[in-house]
Design a protein around this ligand. Structure first.
Ligand code: UD1
Length: 364
């Protein structure tokens, strides 16, 4: 049984790694890996392949950056001939990026079974490109593998047949648990001169947060206060760096002496930092889940989350972009209110194995 798995952007790589392992180990699966090239910088892509032991992609579509329409169209145009040539039994896509919907559409229109890993998550905010990608990918998928109970409920509400939906846990957490020990060998803490629980980490790159000068300015206001309390390590995304410069905010950022901008970090270094941070400030999706498993408090600077289990039982606080709300959440972190809460069901390191077993049974 030939399965083409697709990865394109940074958050896909930690999800694809355990799936390639599980597929490679299964006698009945012939795995193939396609990298769309949506992310292409060494630090956004190659580094993750090396650190996570992901096999060299069989094919790289090298689509690169462009507007949403052009990027998605380029992914589709490049992926179609591969499906025609390779005739896979199924195509597997992960997450919610443009590579996910682009390759998903190609497969479903060619009548190839489509597998979506991390199905059913909903922010209910169609202004997010990722929400559009999630909803549409789920609609055309034949196998929907879900990470948390809300995903099952969402798919049921949208009328997806029960037999297509499988609650299997979280492949991204498979990768985290597998690499936790290895990450302890990282020298990043000493390199940056940090002591456990005496610093925060931050990521920020959502268009809704960094493409609008007013919102970005508000967020920087809250960050000014927090960094005065405790150093913040900020591996900055290319999009955010570009906008800070374009909006004339570079001097303001440089004036925050405890906000330490670093290049995008590799998986192991960043895991080691997040495991030791007092708090993680983010607008990412995946980090809300990783911090919940690490027991590290997380402040999510967004109006909504598609991962509600992290706020219901995990260490995550969803606070929006209002500086007062962010600072109130920071006070709760300092008071210890969000340390070590519960880990969601089936986030146990075995999601990819469950997925491989189900696929072999159902596709045979
Ligand atoms: C994409 C995903 C987002 C994910 C994020 C993680 C979509 C719709 N969004 O957003 O869900 O959280 O990846 O990073 O797919 N760039 C580089 N080098 C690279 C890649 C990008 O410099 O290797 C710069 C380019 O200027 C590019 C910009 O980043 O225009 C945005 O890249 P793009 O892939 O369009 O979206 P992300 O913002 O990275």
């Amino acid at each position: 049984m030939k399965i083409i798995s697709v990865a394109g952007a940074r958050p896909n790589f930690m999800k694809i790694a355990p799936l390639m392992d599980a597929f490679g180990a299964h006698p009945d699966i012939e795995p193939m890996l396609v990298h769309t090239g949506q992310h292409y910088d060494e630090k956004m892509s190659d580094l993750f392949f090396r650190q996570l032991g992901i096999p060299e992609p069989d094919i790289n579509l090298e689509v690169g950056s462009a507007s949403h329409a052009v990027q998605t169209a380029n992914i589709m145009t490049a992926f179609e001939p591969i499906c025609l040539e390779e005739k896979p039994d199924a195509v597997l896509v992960v997450g919610d990026v443009n590579s996910t919907i682009g390759c998903g559409l190609v497969a479903s229109k060619l009548g190839i079974k489509l597998i979506h890993v991390e199905a059913g998550l909903r922010s209910n905010d169609m202004a997010m490109p990722e929400e559009i990608n999630r909803v549409l990918t789920d609609r055309i998928s034949d196998f929907l593998f879900v990470t948390e109970p809300s995903g099952v409920d969402n798919l049921k509400r949208e009328g997806v047949a029960d037999e297509k939906v499988f609650f299997v846990g979280n492949v991204m957490i498979d990768t985290l648990l597998k690499n936790l020990e290895k990450a302890k060998a990282s020298t990043i803490m000493t390199d940056l001169g940090l002591s456990p629980r005496e610093f925060c980490t931050m990521t920020m790159h959502r268009p809704s947060n960094v493409d609008n000068p007013e919102t970005l300015g508000d967020l920087l206001g809250a960050i000014e206060t927090i960094q005065a309390d405790m150093p913040i390590i900020f591996p900055i995304h290319p999009r955010t760096r570009k906008n800070i410069d374009a909006f004339g905010m570079t001097a303001r950022v440089e004036a925050m002496t405890n906000l330490r901008l670093v290049e995008p970090l590799g998986y192991l270094d960043f895991l080691q930092l997040n495991a030791n941070a007092r708090c993680v400030l983010t607008d990412s999706g995946g980090l809300q889940e990783e911090t919940t498993v690490l027991g590290t408090p997380c402040i999510t600077m967004r109006e909504n989350t598609e991962r509600p289990v992290t706020t219901d039982i995990g260490t995550n606080q969803l606070v929006g972009v209002d500086p007062a709300a962010i600072l109130a959440a920071w006070d709760k972190v300092k008071a210890g209110d969000y340390d070590n809460r519960a880990v969601p069901e089936k986030w146990d390191g075995h999601a990819a194995t469950r997925i491989a077993e189900i696929l072999v049974q159902r596709l045979a």
